[in-house]
Design a protein around this ligand. Structure first.
Ligand SMILES: Cc1cc2nc3c(=O)[nH]c(=O)nc-3n(C[C@H](O)[C@H](O)[C@H](O)COP(=O)(O)O)c2cc1C
Length: 320
């Protein structure tokens, strides 16, 4: 009579995912229950899946789940059960440290349950929160939900240190940009960023990395477009302002909006407006990749940034 088992699983799925009644899994699981996620290659217990469900429901309050198929192999008490399901919901509240985008998502998964003496002892899921992010178009670099922030780099001699990476970064010379956006109140926001890079010319793609603690970050994350302004040597004060946490960084500035609404700073060496295409989750930072939609440039010499200091760029000596 596998129909009883199918009904019990379907009812539990709906109670937990659609109503937040995660205690239903207490009846269904054995004390040694374990859940393996194929996607993140992690194994967790009952408490972890319960808190994941509650966190996802908090982020997607209108979450609605459909159990599409249940296939039972074996008898009701000792069997393997495959559950195929999909959920729909709107991303209106934060999920961990990922701000909401208001996007609707359909996410699909399958779970293989191993029953022993009528209880689930082991569950293999094709799905975890990183799959949900991917379905939202917010690709995760796998570390998005990783709590281990101590190891930040691979070091081939076996001694990864933050200092070694800092020393490496100090040898890399960049310019300085100000990345801008409009917040939902129509207020311009921005921060100083030197992690700008051109990705490709055809198609015209660029990227920036922004720390999730930045006050500009939630607005940027929710925006369809951003401005990227390369600061000129005449904009030393502007740089100071955008490297700060000032509440209104645009108060003393002349600026205009690009065709898609992004704030562009007058007097910059060059400025582009970019349509944000990807938001890769990289633990403490998000890598925004976007397609350049408009570009403006001048002859103003750009600021040079090296090892924590700023330099003029007008009398550089070319190498021969
Ligand atoms: C030269 C320079 C480069 C910076 N590059 C970045 C960067 O690439 N990404 C980032 O998130 N912050 C970067 N910052 C730090 C932010 O500009 C700084 O934390 C700022 O106060 C954030 O402001 P907000 O919290 O108001 O957004 C940089 C700062 C400076 C001075």
């Amino acid at each position: 009579m596998t129909s009883n088992l199918k009904k019990a699983i379907t009812d539990s799925w709906h109670a937990a995912w659609d109503k937040g009644d995660v205690s239903v899994f207490d009846q269904l699981t054995a004390t040694n229950y374990q859940r393996r996620s194929a996607r993140s290659a992690t194994t967790t217990g009952l408490d972890a899946i319960k808190s994941d469900i509650l966190a996802i429901r908090a982020a997607f309050p209108d979450l609605s789940t459909t159990v599409d198929h249940i296939v039972v192999d074996g008898d009701e008490r000792d069997c393997k059960v495959a559950v195929y399901w999909h959920s729909t919901g709107t991303f209106t509240e934060p999920l961990g440290d990922v701000p909401p985008t208001g996007a609707e998502v359909v996410t699909t998964g399958s779970n293989l349950l191993t029953f022993d003496a009528g209880k689930i002892v082991y569950e293999e899921a094709t799905w975890d929160a990183s799959a949900l992010l991917a379905d939202l178009g917010l690709k995760s670099l796998g570390s998005a939900f990783d709590q281990d922030v101590d190891s930040i780099s691979d070091n081939l001699d076996g001694e990864p240190t933050k200092e070694a990476l800092k020393a490496f970064n100090r040898q890399f010379i960049t310019g300085v940009t100000v990345v801008t956006t409009m917040d939902t109140d129509g207020k311009p926001r921005g921060l100083a960023v030197n992690s700008y890079n051109s990705v490709s010319l055809e198609p015209p793609l660029v990227m920036v990395c922004v720390q999730k603690t930045s006050s500009t970050y939630p607005s940027l994350f929710a925006s369809s477009h951003m401005g990227i302004n390369i600061l000129g040597c005449n904009q030393r004060d502007t740089l100071r302002t955008f490297a700060s946490k000032n509440a209104d960084k645009f108060a003393e500035l002349d600026w205009h909006q690009g065709p898609h609404g992004s704030p562009l700073l007058d007097g910059s060496s060059a400025a582009i407006e970019v349509e944000i295409k990807e938001r890769f989750q990289a633990l403490t930072h998000t890598i925004f990749v976007g397609r350049v939609r408009t570009s403006e440039s001048t002859d103003n010499d750009p600021i040079i940034y090296k090892a924590g200091q700023f330099f003029e760029s007008h009398d550089l000596t070319p190498l021969t």
